[in-house]
Ligand binder design. Structure first.
Ligand code: WQD
Length: 336
């Protein structure tokens, strides 16, 4: 049984990936500082799989704490690195904290992987590295652009660090460039639970629908898109979790073809904000109260993935529809 250290494993994508790892026969260890997640994620994971993951509360950006983590768990075979601050807007207000935290975590993790001769890392990257695309759909070969936020820049810097680190150590890496993860596990025991006011669209929709918020504001309907609202490639978090497990399998089967590989993890479909609202109302039967407001600074107008490389190389393809995503998000919100 291979043992995988999942940093940020009590978070939205982390919990779903730990469940998928355990269901695939991996042993998962979670390291998290609980700054944007809750310790009861461990109970929720155990309720789904019957297996309670080992857990250590760690500030991974602190070198000593990170070293202690890797000294505590000797038999780690691979790492999945989710741990990072991830709010685009907040990163513009607190750039130094974002660089210190996100880069510090990655560097401490890589230093310990080298120290303990751990060879494999799957890293959480983002379509944010592409900026506003000149052509669509986005391929892995689409050139990245100057970031529009410190958050996006930390994702770009992480890929550069992985490039040079894997070329000079025995470490092999896969960077998964997520598009927009939404939805929740069918059990409604795990899902997206942002602290405070949600930044992202889906939790704002479900919190409005359940009455926690008065109305959703659609950030602009005067863009150059069919209905005027921004287009994104929304992907079900369960499909996204599966891509991480398949990436780890790729390492242990020695199928990886380069020290660092990138994969776009999306569905290949672009949906507008109004499409998501219509899907939510269709799949749940709940009418959503929304108004059209001003554009949000830094929003990309339209972006969706060309997923053919991940399908060919990883043998992975997103399975779930937008209606399944919005309904699962609603079931999770109701269960909270
Ligand atoms: C989606 C669309 C908004 C809220 C960011 C990061 C990405 C990833 C996901 C972390 C946009 C519109 C939103 C609202 C709205 N980060 N919207 N009203 O900005 O595409 O991606 O979050 O995992 O790396 O860049 O996601 O959900 O914030 O926005 O109209 O109240 O919904 O304008 O068009 P985004 P989002």
């Amino acid at each position: 049984m291979k043992t995988i250290l999942v940093t940020g494993g009590t978070g939205f994508i982390g919990t779903h990936t730990v469940v998928a790892l355990q269901e695939k026969g991996y042993k998962a260890i979670i390291a998290d500082n609980l700054s944007n997640s809750n310790i009861d994620s461990l109970d929720r994971i155990e309720k789904i799989t019957g297996i309670r993951p080992d857990f250590m509360k760690v500030d991974l950006s602190n070198e000593k704490e990170c070293n202690l983590l890797f000294d505590t768990y000797e038999n780690i075979d691979g790492v999945i690195n989710f741990a990072a601050f991830k709010a685009v807007g907040e990163s513009c207000e607190k750039p130094i904290e974002y660089y210190k935290n996100n880069m510090g975590i990655l560097l401490n993790v890589l230093a310990n992987m080298k120290r303990k001769d751990i060879k494999y890392i799957v890293h959480s990257s983002s379509c944010t590295v592409y900026g506003e695309p000149d052509s669509l759909p986005i391929k892995e070969s689409t050139p990245t652009k100057f970031a529009v936020s410190p958050y996006g820049n930390t994702k770009q810097m992480a890929e550069d660090i992985l490039h040079f680190t894997t070329n000079t150590t025995g470490i092999k890496a896969i960077a998964l460039r997520y598009f927009n993860p939404i939805g929740a596990h069918e059990s409604a025991l795990i899902g997206e639970l942002p602290n405070g006011t949600p930044n992202n669209l889906m939790p704002f929709i479900t919190q409005t629908a359940i009455g926690l918020r008065k109305a959703l504001t659609v950030f602009g309907d005067d863009y150059d898109t069919p209905d005027g609202t921004c287009i994104r490639d929304y992907i079900h978090v369960v499909d996204l979790a599966e891509a991480h497990v398949i990436s780890m399998d790729r390492f242990f089967a020695n199928k990886n073809k380069a020290n660092l590989e990138f994969f776009n993890i999306g569905t290949g479909n672009g949906f507008s904000v109004l499409d998501v609202i219509k899907s939510f109302e269709r799949s749940t039967g709940v009418k959503l109260n929304y108004t059209i407001g001003p554009r949000r600074e830094g929003d990309v107008i339209k972006i969706w993935a060309d997923t053919s490389f991940a399908e060919k190389e990883l043998g992975w393809k997103a399975q779930k529809t937008l209606d399944e995503m919005t309904l699962s998000a609603w079931n999770w919100q109701k269960a909270l």
